[in-house]
Design a binder for this molecule. Structure first.
Ligand code: AMO
Length: 420
């Protein structure tokens, strides 16, 4: 490793000669004094060069600077490096597509996405990714604390899980195969092994529409647990997990939250829940599913009526849920499946699953051949179980107020975008 101190630690070295390393965030050459702002993973630091403009390295050069740490009220953050020796480790071949040091991002979304490797270095574009990372850390920590085991399941699979419509087909050594739309089958099978499992991984959806909330690849935060009475036990775990994710964001990503001015929600000790039929009544609808506009309306209603930015809708009609969904024994036609809505958007889908082999055979109308691998688990005894999947990008978009999910996705994949 290059021996260095981080910019955020400079104040601890007042008066000493130290080395920092990072990118030239900004260069300002004046008549008798010039400034370099160096950016590293921890923050920014100013380097002061006295004398004639010395031909300083341009923005985004990677530099190593050895200098004396001077503290004082004139330095940004109260500390700067003086009498520097600057070594350039690599020089950019061209200027960034927009200035990374300006406090606003002076570029539209297509420019940002076309130049993502450099654009994401802008503090405002990096911050949502820090919030994502902290969220995932909180997800893992919350579930580890509840006795869950992290699993890793195949992303190349032999059958569709959610529906045949939006699956990407691939050629697998001459055989048809698919990119996994969800770890659904595998996480259920692993309940037979560990009782409680979770996975953080990419999933793929051949979404044919250009929307602000759909990607062709997104990160799914999945959990599944056995020995539940019904879906309500899953909802209790989900509430804990969401609270844990927020706690982690507050702790680990505090600077990113501040920079973005993001307002984090409170999680009520019990998230309000309404049955699907009640949601229909409230939105004056007879459709078997909720439209995006209805989801938005219901979220506003939950804030008004319950002071909660989260709302569970339970008991979706069986006809709209995948075949593995457990029916509600008390209400024919309705399921033990739920969605969690947050700030106007469906954030999580979950529910109780079928757990007996014969029920799967019936749900599939006997057409079990494509699902033989999946159904194996159920031939050997499975506990009543359920789980959920939370879309990480939707979560981060809602937390940061991004109107389009692409704004907070480093390298989004959609109908048009395959590079960078
Ligand atoms: P579902 O298909 O509803 O359920 O997906 C779960 C969650 O994933 C997110 N999501 C998406 N995010 C970005 N782009 C997309 N194209 C996209 N599609 C879905 C949403 C959604 O709530 N197996 C079930 C989950 C379960 O029951 O455990 C499933 O995949 O936030």
């Amino acid at each position: 490793m290059i021996s260095r101190v981080l910019t955020a630690e400079l104040a601890e070295h007042a008066g000493q000669r130290v080395t920092i390393a990072g990118w030239v965030h900004r260069r300002r050459q004046l008549k008798s004094v010039s400034f370099l702002v160096v950016r590293d993973r921890a923050g920014l630091a100013q380097v002061v060069v006295v004398g004639e403009p010395p031909g300083l390295p341009r923005e985004e050069s990677v530099v190593q600077v050895t200098g004396t740490v001077r503290t004082g009220p004139r330095a940004p953050g109260g500390v700067e490096l003086v009498e520097p020796e600057i070594e350039v480790l690599s020089e950019p071949s061209e200027a960034p597509p927009f200035d990374l040091y300006r406090p606003v991002v002076a570029a539209g979304l297509p420019t940002i996405l076309d130049h993502a490797p450099v654009a994401l270095r802008h503090p405002l574009l990096r911050a949502p990714l820090e919030i994502s990372a902290a969220s995932v850390a909180g997800f893992r920590q919350a579930l580890d604390g509840l006795g869950f085991t992290e699993i890793h399941t195949p992303k190349i699979v032999g059958s569709a899980t959610e529906s045949g419509a939006n699956v990407f087909g691939i050629d697998y050594f001459g055989r048809p195969a698919y990119l996994a739309q969800s770890p659904q089958f595998y996480k259920q099978a692993m309940v037979g092994v560990f009782e409680r499992v979770y996975e953080v991984g990419p999933v793929f959806r051949a979404e044919p529409h250009d929307t602000v909330r759909h990607l062709a690849q997104y990160t799914s935060l999945d959990a599944e647990l056995g020995f539940v009475r019904d879906h309500r036990d899953v909802m209790v775990v989900l509430r804990e997990v969401v609270a844990g994710m927020l706690e982690s964001v507050r702790g680990r990503a505090a600077a990113a939250v501040d920079l973005l001015g993001a307002v984090l929600p409170e999680v009520p000790s019990e998230i309000p829940a309404i049955h699907f039929t009640e949601a229909q009544k409230l939105t004056d609808s007879e459709e078997p599913d909720l439209s995006p506009a209805q989801e938005r309306w219901l979220c506003e209603w939950a804030v008004r009526e319950h002071g909660s930015e989260f709302l569970f809708v339970t008991g979706y009609p069986m006809e709209k849920r995948p075949f593995y969904t457990h029916p509600d024994p008390a209400r024919p036609g309705y399921s033990n499946g739920f969605d969690l809505l947050f700030r106007g958007l469906e954030l999580v889908t979950g529910g109780q699953r079928l757990h007996r082999y014969d029920d799967y055979v019936a749900a599939l109308d006997g057409d079990v051949a494509p699902y033989e691998g999946y159904l194996q688990a159920f031939r050997y005894g499975m506990p009543p179980h359920g789980g959920f999947a939370l879309g990480l990008e939707r979560w981060t978009a809602r937390l940061t107020g991004a109107a389009n999910i692409r704004q907070i996705t480093a390298f989004p994949r959609d109908l048009h975008r395959l590079s960078p």
